[in-house]
Design a protein around this ligand. Structure first.
Ligand SMILES: *[C@@H]1O[C@H](CO)[C@@H](O)[C@H](O)[C@H]1NC(C)=O
Length: 500
């Protein structure tokens, strides 16, 4: 009898743990979440409120996206319906902890002003990071350089030398060496107020301050005026290069002690990459309690990366609590979603891209030397002109789930964007060129059977013809070629068999 009761209690305990969200687990460990952000799922088993806000390009209207059910995956279908035939941005990432620590596009800071009016940072595209969780569609937050979120007036976030923990689930394949793709605690002033003013997760392959082993990317900590892989300001060889598609990244700190932990968000356990003393000049800490995502504490906006979910806690979580959170993340079964939709840009096919804007349907994307224009070309044009408008779709140089466009008459040269204009350049083998030459096709915003072509690394931007020149353009932005008038038509193309 006694053993039967024990067994029954054990089963109930297991069942409720399986249903618990990451923040329920932190609460049972007495280190409750004081901020909980995710565009993909509820982080408490009972949470059914708004996860994030999207704003659409057609009329500026906003809507909130909630989980399909309490504790569940985001209702991506509601976003798709709301954003049909227009563009959408993620304009708020709500705090699920109830403390109001919602993230909004970041204000200008000491290092940089954002591109939007008032120096505010860009918002992320709502469709840049498609995923599935247990086969249900959701979208992450795809941060391009210039994009970032912040809250400078938080509640409950650690200040001074107080203890805190944090984790984030990130895309292990989307990063760069720019400063700084961070999530965590930063200055409330948007300026660098000195060493120890920050305690945030960093992900990327910057080697300017510290680094881990191999060539990166690494999980490090941004403690202000330094990215740290341990107490040594340079390399901590126990901090490994990350190679998994989804990564769980952890940073935690308490007086005289801090740690970096990490693992594959799709399988296995966490490892501790560093645990021990603070670097000199970082003890005690001077945390201020603002929250940043995708930027440095002084609004450095050169970094890129993708965020799916993350929390900050009050108190220093135990390794055991974090290990349970990792099991919960693994059970969510993150998988990459399709980056392309609509008429296929078949790899190996020779194509031309014809404008669909009424009055301009005789124009094709063509190169003239290294410039890319929209030129009037037809089947009776010279062979040279027809070839200049002919492209071979190749596997995307920067992401194999999208495409790159190789010139038919200048073999080995590809369309890339540079300062948001399109150019024809030789493949120089660099990550930057490869990513800037990678584009994802989707159903054309102006109609079915057509194609809009999104920059993989800047998913708010699409191939656009504007006064006969080709750009990657946002739907309303700081540049003249971002004009909202005629936007949908100008970014919609007919993909046809190549002219040349
Ligand atoms: C190519 O550019 C040159 C230099 O601007 C210009 O003279 C020429 O007309 C252009 N050719 C085409 C086909 O647009």
């Amino acid at each position: 009898m006694a053993s039967r009761i024990t067994r029954t209690v054990g089963i109930l305990a297991t069942a409720s743990l399986a249903a618990a969200g990451p923040c329920d687990i932190y609460a049972s460990g007495n280190t409750p979440c004081v901020a909980a952000h995710s565009t993909t799922r509820a982080l408490y088993s009972a949470f059914s409120g708004a996860l994030y806000q999207v704003t659409r390009g057609s009329d500026g209207a906003t809507t909130n996206i909630a989980p399909l059910s309490a504790g569940g995956v985001a209702n991506a279908g509601a976003q798709d319906t709301f954003c049909a035939a227009t563009t959408c941005l993620i304009t708020k990432i709500y705090d699920q902890s109830g403390r109001g620590n919602t993230l909004s596009p970041a204000p200008p800071g000491g290092a940089a002003k954002g591109p939007q009016s008032g120096g505010v940072d860009n918002s992320a595209s709502a469709i840049g990071a498609p995923v599935t969780l247990n086969s249900q569609k959701a979208y992450g937050v795809f941060i391009s350089p210039g994009t970032g979120y912040r809250n400078d007036a938080t509640s409950g976030i650690a200040t001074g030398d107080a203890a805190e923990g944090m984790y984030a689930v990130l895309d292990g394949t989307h990063y760069n060496s720019g400063c700084c793709f961070d999530y965590g605690n930063a200055e409330t002033s948007n300026t660098d107020t000195g060493s120890g003013a920050m305690e945030a997760i960093y992900f990327g392959d910057s080697t300017y301050w510290g680094s881990g082993s191999g060539s990166g990317p690494w999980i490090m900590a941004d403690l202000e005026n330094g990215l740290f892989s341990g107490s040594n300001p340079k390399e901590n060889s126990a901090d490994p290069s990350i190679s998994s598609r989804f990564v769980t990244a952890i940073v935690k700190g308490e007086p005289t002690q801090w740690a970096i932990r990490g693992g594959n968000a799709d399988s296995g356990a966490l490892s501790t990459y560093y645990s021990g003393a603070r670097p000199s000049r970082y003890n005690p800490m001077h945390k201020q309690g603002a929250i940043i995502l995708g930027i440095g504490g002084d609004n450095s906006i050169s970094a890129q990366g993708t965020f799916y979910e993350g929390v900050m806690t009050s108190g220093y979580p135990s390794d055991a609590t974090e290990n349970s959170v990792q099991a919960n993340i693994v059970a969510a079964k993150y998988a990459a979603g399709p980056l392309q939709s609509g008429p296929a840009l078949t790899v190996g096919s020779s194509i031309s891209l014809r404008a669909t804007t009424p009055g301009y349907t005789d124009r094709y994307i063509a190169h003239n030397g290294t410039a890319i224009d929209s030129d009037i070309i037809s089947s009776s044009s010279s062979a040279a002109l027809r070839e200049s408008a002919s492209w071979i779709a190749r596997t995307g140089l920067g992401n194999s789930n999208c495409v790159s466009f190789e010139s038919k008459d200048v073999a080995g040269s590809y369309i890339r964007h540079y300062n948001f204009a399109l150019e024809l350049v030789a493949n120089d083998g660099t990550q930057q060129m490869h990513e800037d030459a990678t584009f994802c096709g989707q159903t054309g915003l102006a109609g079915s059977g057509t194609t809009s072509i999104r920059a993989w690394g800047y998913p708010t931007r699409f191939f656009r013809h504007y006064f006969d020149v080709a750009y990657i353009a946002t739907n309303g932005g700081p540049e003249a070629f971002d004009a909202t008038a005629s936007y949908n038509n100008d970014i919609t193309w007919q993909v046809r068999t190549s002219l040349g």
